[in-house]
Design a binder for this molecule. Structure first.
Ligand code: OOB
Length: 550
């Protein structure tokens, strides 16, 4: 067999200054553990305990370790080499977990895409990560990913390997992977990058977030302690497994670390999730606010036994106090607010916090070494209790995105603080109340949409002269997206513009919920108005004209 010469790739790195490395180690946050290391250990300790349940399958810890070895060795035998980046686009199935664990065992780097992503987004991620492989399900929620894989390979020849869970057609099947176990590499350096997560993409396209073994394991190990996850816990993955929230806060990795049971739900609605909660005696689940409200409402009349549920976590978008009250009233379990980000920092209300705190705040950071600054527009700390921009650095918050100097210059201060883009108020005791954000993304039920990205796609339409995409308050989604469009020539219908955005190869959640045609943007300011100001003006004027609730 000819040796495949890998092209030179931008190295993956995530580095903290040496003094902080020493500090995080001395404090016991970074323990030198790795993904393959802890999975091997659990397979030894809890061999016959069920680790993962999904669809009709169940894997014990020993089986998960074995599956991971088979998949990892099979990928190496197929021609991948340790260090290769592999875009994973799988739904909430057992294979999500076994494939990712297989990649870790083989020293391959998972890059997590959402099932909702389509060609344009996957191609962007593949190019930025310089991925050489793509792993997807044959079909999930009615979409055939083999079609996407064909288009992907046709446009990016660097995607040399496509692996499919299910009917693989002309591609390699994940089920058929096999290879010699002795080809698997030794465990990686704990400070090396374990995987790439996608950013919410507040400006433009998604950025890649390199997380290390040491930093990520700390985040979910510490989350376990805060969320009460132990060996007897049963954690339900209801949100897409590729999201950082159900992955690590404490998520399915936290649950696996604890030797608990992970249950994957193919959908997040009560109809799908409630029977699973009853059958598997689920104890903990993470939801976004609209789903939590839906669950609270459905719980009143469900025939399913939800009594095993101990902790309901809500995060990803703001849960206002009134909604929090309804969730508490509707579901007989403890509410925990979670305010986190794929870049690192995660805040939790604690299980013993007073009800006022759980209702009114988004919690406080995981770590005593999470440094939080609340600053004004000039970067100066605000007076205690005042609202300002949240900056943070710490033992599990990244110091930079992958290969994106422009974004890094914007998103990080010179001394390494991450500019979260969120506006917060810090209360005594370090609890944070999220008051909004400075950036221009739309937080649509926890899915982040970049205004700029969608405007670019609208502008590519021949009849669109200009477009501004803004968030509108929405009673169900929290925020919905609204595109203000100035047309030229014949005016297309709103439906055809939505279809246009969809046809550009984007996730369905990015299609504007609403299109408003305007003759001009009619900015009141003289001279050049920033896009941000323009979006704010359009939003305010529309709300005023239509009398929408804020
Ligand atoms: C989570 O992660 P991402 O990366 O999808 O989004 C992060 C952003 C935050 O910067 C903030 O703007 C918003 O989502 N957010 C919240 C929130 N939780 C996240 N805004 C208000 N209240 C909350 N509770 O969304 C994420 C990652 C880990 C755990 C939980 C959520």
């Amino acid at each position: 067999m000819n040796a495949v010469v890998s092209p030179v790739r931008v190295p993956l790195r995530q580095a903290w200054p040496p003094a902080l490395v020493a500090r995080y180690r001395a404090a016991g946050y970074w323990r030198g553990e790795t993904f393959p290391g802890f999975l091997r250990e659990r397979a030894r300790q809890f061999a016959d305990d069920v680790a993962v349940v999904g669809g009709g399958s169940r894997l014990t810890y020993a089986q998960l370790w074995q599956e991971a070895g088979r998949i990892g060795a099979g990928l190496l035998a197929a021609g991948l080499a340790p260090g290769d980046r592999v875009v994973v686009q799988l739904g909430n199935t057992v294979e999500f977990v076994s494939v990712v664990c297989g990649l870790f065992r083989a020293g391959l780097i998972p890059v997590y895409a959402l099932p909702a992503h389509r060609l344009t987004e996957i191609a962007h991620v593949v190019r930025t990560a310089e991925a050489s492989a793509y792993i997807a399900a044959s079909a999930y929620e009615g979409f055939d990913y083999r079609t996407l894989a064909r288009e992907l390979q046709a446009s990016i020849p660097g995607v040399r390997h496509v692996l499919i869970v299910g009917d693989a057609a002309e591609f390699l099947s994940v089920a058929g992977l096999a290879g010699p176990a002795d080809a698997l590499p030794p465990d990686p350096d704990p400070q090396s990058v374990a995987f790439l997560q996608l950013s919410g993409g507040s400006t433009g396209l998604s950025k890649l977030i390199p997380r290390t073994h040491d930093d990520y394991l700390y985040s979910f190990r510490a989350s376990n302690a805060i969320c009460g996850i132990g060996r007897d816990s049963v954690y339900l993955v209801a949100l897409p497994a590729a999201h950082n929230f159900p992955m690590s806060s404490p998520g399915f990795f936290g649950a696996l670390y604890a030797g608990a049971r992970v249950v994957l739900s193919p959908g997040a609605g009560p109809d799908t999730a409630f029977p699973l909660i009853a059958r598997e005696r689920v104890t903990c689940v993470g939801l976004v606010p609209p789903l939590a409200l839906l669950w609270a409402q459905a719980a009143a009349s469900t025939p399913h036994d939800l009594s095993s549920l101990q902790v309901l976590q809500v995060g990803g978008a703001k849960l206002v106090p009134e909604a929090a009250r309804r969730v508490i009233d509707g579901l007989d379990c403890q509410l925990q607010q979670v305010f986190g980000m794929a870049e690192g920092l995660v805040n939790y209300t604690r299980l013993h916090d007073a009800p006022e705190c759980v209702l009114n705040t988004q919690g406080r950071p995981i770590s005593p070494d999470d440094e939080v600054l609340v600053v004004d527009d000039h970067g100066h700390p605000v007076a205690p209790g005042e609202v300002g921009h949240l900056l943070t650095r710490g033992p599990y918050t990244i110091r930079g995105y992958h290969n994106d100097p422009g974004a890094n210059a914007r998103s990080f201060t010179e001394d390494g603080f991450y500019r979260t883009g969120d506006r917060v108020q810090q209360l005594p005791g370090g609890y944070l109340v999220v008051q909004g954000r400075a950036g221009d993304h739309i937080n649509r039920a926890g899915e982040k949409i970049s205004a700029e990205e969608i405007e670019d796609h609208l502008l590519a339409h021949a009849s669109v002269f200009d477009a501004a995409v803004v968030s509108m308050p929405d009673p169900y989604l929290g925020e919905r997206s609204c595109a203000f469009v100035i047309t030229r020539g014949e005016r297309p219908t709103a439906a055809s513009l939505k279809a246009w955005v969809r046809s550009r190869g984007l996730a369905a959640f990015k299609v504007p919920d609403q299109v408003v045609f305007v003759d001009a943007f009619g900015t009141t300011a003289v001279g050049k108005v920033s896009r941000r100001e323009l979006r704010a003006q359009l939003r305010a004027r529309h709300i005023e004209q239509t009398g929408e609730p804020r």
